[in-house]
Design a protein around this ligand. Structure first.
Ligand SMILES: NC(=O)c1ccc[n+]([C@@H]2O[C@H](COP(=O)([O-])OP(=O)(O)OC[C@H]3O[C@@H](n4cnc5c(N)ncnc54)[C@H](O)[C@@H]3O)[C@@H](O)[C@H]2O)c1
Length: 321
């Protein structure tokens, strides 16, 4: 069992959606220090507001691809554990493919190099279910073939291969978390936003929601707080090292049903508009969470409807302000 108490932690991408929730959950573990490294590409200082009222979170505005700068931050703060959640997201990769690829792999490269050199002890790296592409069997377990369909997914797969290779070659202390579609408060709703924030925002602005394609494409939606709790459990367990672990709800929801749910919650009764399918859009996506259950006793606690209420309340408050 690995404790986080009195450890010095770093969350790369910690000013983002999942990262900021992870910072809040880590505070409850009573660490010695928490350093957030973020270049604020999509991250926001406001995402860390709650965390900062509870703990003296150190924030470094820094591109985590930069090896020299990262070495200095990691060593100055005597970091024990790095959680890597930095990413340039999928929608950006459709318009800036090579830059997205370079950024995502650049962060993973830097962290692999630093852990190999002994600058910190443990790497908890975030993958994405997008690396699987469209499901070739009903539920996707960790053995499902990797068939990335977008430059974002290709970069995420490349990062996973690199981290795994460092485990095999140099025996680094690592675990890879592979989340499916996360939702919850603070998901980016500006440029490059995902389907949930975009739909909520459109309806709040009295605009028609948009479905790319026919809406039958499915996703597995997991509430962000379930993901961050699983991340902490995965760090703590001795059984997870060298493993890649799906974190999902294990349930499949079509984009059309998702938009219907959001419309119901917001009492919006007009139909969605259908636009052309998005390039590289995966058609079926549902996670198999058998491994997470076995290794860390994972069980999602917040279902889609309950989590959606909390999410919508958050966007509503922001919309009014
Ligand atoms: N949101 C999801 O549904 C989902 C699903 C599967 C996997 N993931 C993975 O989870 C992680 C977090 O995703 P998120 O949804 O919170 O994204 P996000 O965009 O909200 O957060 C990512 C953060 O990384 C920062 N960042 C980007 N490039 C950086 C760089 N070079 N140096 C420093 N910071 C940088 C951004 O500013 C942002 O704050 C990512 O690895 C993502 O691939 C997310």
């Amino acid at each position: 069992m690995n404790e986080l108490k009195n450890k010095s932690l770093m969350v790369v991408g910690g000013a983002g959606f999942i990262g900021s929730h992870l910072v809040e959950a880590l505070i409850e573990e009573k660490p010695k220090s928490i350093v957030v490294v973020d270049n604020f590409f999509l991250g926001e200082m406001g995402n860390l507001e709650t965390a900062k009222t509870k703990f003296d979170v150190i924030v470094e505005n820094q591109d985590a691809c930069d090896y020299e700068k990262m070495k200095k931050i990691v060593e100055t703060n005597k970091i024990d554990v790095v959680f890597n959640l930095a990413c340039v997201p999928l929608p950006t990769s459709l318009v800036k493919p090579i830059w997205t690829f370079d950024q995502n792999i650049g962060v993973a490269k830097t962290l692999c190099r630093l852990i190999r050199e002994g600058s910190f002890k443990t790497l908890v790296h975030y993958s994405s279910s997008e690396v699987y592409g469209t499901a070739t069997k009903e539920t996707m377990d960790e053995e499902h073939s990797l068939f990335p369909r977008t430059p974002y997914a290709a970069a995420k797969a490349a990062c996973d291969h690199l981290v795994n290779a460092y485990y095999e070659t140099y025996g680094i202390d690592m675990v890879i978390i592979r989340p499916f579609n996360n939702f919850g408060p603070r998901q980016n709703d500006k440029s490059y936003a995902g389907v949930i924030p975009l739909t909520v925002k459109r309806i709040l602005n009295n605009e028609q929601p948009v479905i790319f394609g026919d809406g039958t494409q499915t996703r597995d939606f997991i509430f962000v707080k379930d993901t961050v709790n699983a991340t902490i459990d995965a760090y703590k367990s001795d059984q997870t090292r060298g493993r890649t672990i799906n974190i999902a709800s294990g349930k499949e929801t079509s984009v059309k049903d998702l938009i219907d749910l959001i419309s119901q919650e917001l009492s919006y009764d007009k139909p969605a508009r259908h636009d052309a399918p998005r390039p590289g859009d995966v058609m079926r996506h549902m996670g198999d969470i058998t491994l997470a259950k076995k290794l860390i006793g994972f069980q999602p606690t917040t279902d889609l409807r309950k989590g959606m209420k909390e999410t919508i309340d958050w966007y509503k408050k922001r919309h009014v302000v």
